[in-house]
Structures are given as C-alpha cells and as structure tokens.
Design a protein around this ligand. Structure first.
Ligand SMILES: Nc1ncnc2c1ncn2[C@@H]1O[C@H](COP(=O)(O)OP(=O)(O)O)[C@@H](O)[C@H]1O
Ligand SMILES: [Mg+2]
Length: 326
C-alpha cells in the first residue's frame, strides 16, 4: 500500500453539525477537517458529549433528521450531502458498515438473524451460492455458539450482548469500504472485546477498508489504531499518529485525558480525573473551549479562537500555546 497515491475514502472540510433552535443552536461538531485513507484504523477519543457520535454519524450521513449540517463530506470522491438519499442508502448497505449507538443499525425485530446477515452479504455482492455459508462463518467469528440454530431465531430470542455481536458480524462481513464503530464493545465481556478488536484489524488487512472506532478506552486506541482524533466540545483538538500522540501528547486536553485513564503504578491503580466540567455547547465564549480547565491557560486563550498548529507529519493541535505544552 502506498499512502501517497491512495485516494482518500472520506474527505471532510470545515464540517459542522448543529442541533436545536436556530437562534440558540447547539454546535455538536464544529470546524472538522479530516482525511480518512483506505486501510487506516482511526480511533476517536474524548469525554462524553464531546461530539464523537455526531461526527461519526455525520460523516456517513446517518444523523437524526433534526441535525443541521455545514461544510462538505466526500465519500469516495462524491459529495455525500448532495446525493439523493436513495443513493446514500445504497452506500450504507454496500460500502459503509456501521455499528452505531443510535437505532439506525439495530436489528429488525420482524426478520430472523440469518435473514438479516444474508441480506447484508447479498448487498455487498457475495454470490448467492456462498451467502448461507458465509453468514454462518460471520456469526462464528463473533463467537455466536450454534450459529446454524441461531440463524433461524429472531432478535428478541438473543441476549443484548449477542445482538451486539450479530451487528458486528454483519458490519465486518464481506468487503465494506468503511466501517464506523461507535463504542462497539462497551456492552461486551472483556474477553470478547479483544476478539472483536482483532476482527476489525482482520477486516482491514483482508479488504483494505478504513475503520473508525469511537471508544472511551484509550488503551483500545493505543493497541488497535494507526491514528487518533481527540475531540473536545465538538472540535478535534489533537490529531496524529497513535505512536506520536501517546508518547508525547501536545494538547493540554489530550494530556489530561491520558492522565485520567486508570493505569498501574507498582501495585496501585492511579487515576487523575480532569478537574472541572465539560462546557455547555450553547454558551461557549469566543476563546478556547478548554480554557477554564486548562492548567496552562493564559489570557489570550479566553479571548481569541485557537488556531490549528502543525507539529509534524499528520500531527496537529488546536491550541495557541507555542509548540503545544512545554
Ligand atoms: N439528536 C440530537 N439532538 C440534540 N442534541 C444532540 C443530538 N445528538 C447529540 N446531541 C448533543 O450533541 C452533543 C454531542 O453529543 P454526542 O455526539 O453524542 O457526543 P459523544 O458521542 O462524544 O458522547 C451533546 O451535547 C449532545 O447532547
Ligand atoms: Mg457517543
């Protein structure tokens, strides 16, 4: 794979998503610029309410109908929000696999598990003769026991964890171009979690699909992803290669977030919570949204919008402090 000649699968320019009243909008996502290349696994981190789910669903045009979108999203070179919805729906079935937090991808109660898995395989172009066998294999990969029996069952006959695994089986079967997984493993046992993460990597290795994983577990990102996006108050405040960002995080928020994940020191589990609260997205001031919680804050941070600062190949932060944090 040569990343220089590879055409991006997703290109996002100055993307924003607002909810609520026009005169008192809630900007769930603002000013996002992002390129996702085939074959890369990107992790999205940030506290609850930072806009991770809104960004993920926004860049595949799967947002709630009340959302107001600005900017531009291209999928495979086509402007997603300029396409007729039926073309987008076809892409969702064929090119874009998703395990989302909202009900859009939940299982249909009226159809058997087998029916639903086979439908995805057909839409992704698997030949008819192979569909049944591949459906069983997909369920086996997510450790559904007795898949031959499960395919005849309806969603209500499965536990919540098992339904989640069926969704993951559907998302990782055949060859999607992009997989978006929003907190895909948070409802699952730790032992299964690891296997699911391996499945995402296998999918990438097998099909060169791009994978976006939202998780609050930074350890998952460190182990599985190539690149990380850190979100705060609707903006990407730091993005870069996982190895760079985890070794030397530069945005004060990334530092705080990494320090807040539990880690073992000697025999002790150490955790430093981030002081303060996530700001109200409806009443943000003109300056940096992290200013009130930032240990390095200086006056201009509160008055002026922070600008992106390039720190190295593919690594940048949204912070006015010289070279990030010293
Ligand atoms: N459908 C919606 N209607 C109104 N507000 C929403 C909707 N979806 C998300 N939000 C708001 O957008 C912000 C970001 O939410 P979300 O993207 O779910 O964050 P995260 O996934 O990082 O927890 C939150 O303030 C949330 O309340
Ligand atoms: Mg979310």
């Amino acid at each position: 794979m040569n990343p220089i000649v590879e055409v991006p699968i997703v290109e996002v320019q100055d993307f924003g998503v607002a909810f609520g009243l026009k005169d008192r909008p809630l900007h769930a996502v603002r000013g996002v610029n992002l390129t996702v290349r085939p074959g890369e696994i990107i992790g999205i981190a940030g506290e609850s309410g930072s806009g991770k789910s809104t960004l993920c669903t926004g860049l595949i045009r799967a947002l709630a109908p009340t959302a107001r979108v600005s900017g531009r999203v291209c999928f495979d070179g086509r402007s997603l929000y300029d396409l007729p919805m039926r073309e987008v729906a076809a892409m969702h079935g064929r090119d874009i696999a998703m395990v989302l937090q909202n009900p859009m991808t939940s299982l249909d109660p009226l159809f058997t598990i087998g029916n639903q898995v086979r439908e995805v395989l057909k839409r992704r172009g698997v030949p008819g003769a192979q569909v049944r066998e591949q459906a069983i294999a997909a369920l086996k990969r997510v450790h559904i026991t007795a898949p031959e029996m499960r395919v005849g069952q309806f969603p209500h006959q499965l536990s919540g964890g098992m339904r989640q695994r069926v969704l993951i089986a559907m998302a990782t079967s055949a060859s999607p171009r992009l997989l978006v997984a929003d907190e895909p493993t948070s409802a699952l046992d730790a032992t299964i979690q690891d296997e699911i993460l391996l499945l995402f990597r296998e999918l990438r290795d097998r099909t060169n699909a791009a994978v976006l994983i939202v998780t609050h577990e930074l350890e998952v990102i460190r182990r599985v992803c190539d690149r990380v996006l850190v979100m705060y108050a609707g903006r990407i405040v730091e993005q870069g290669p996982v190895s760079t960002v985890f070794a030397a995080p530069q945005h004060p928020y990334t530092r705080a977030l990494l320090a807040s994940t539990p880690r073992i020191e000697g025999t002790e589990v150490v955790l430093t919570p981030i002081p303060g609260q996530v700001p109200d997205l409806r009443t943000l001031g003109p300056g940096c949204a992290f200013a009130d919680r930032c240990p390095h804050v200086v006056d201009p941070c509160r008055q002026f919008k922070p600008e992106f600062r390039d720190l190295g190949p593919d690594h940048r932060i949204l912070c006015r402090l010289e070279g990030g944090v010293q």
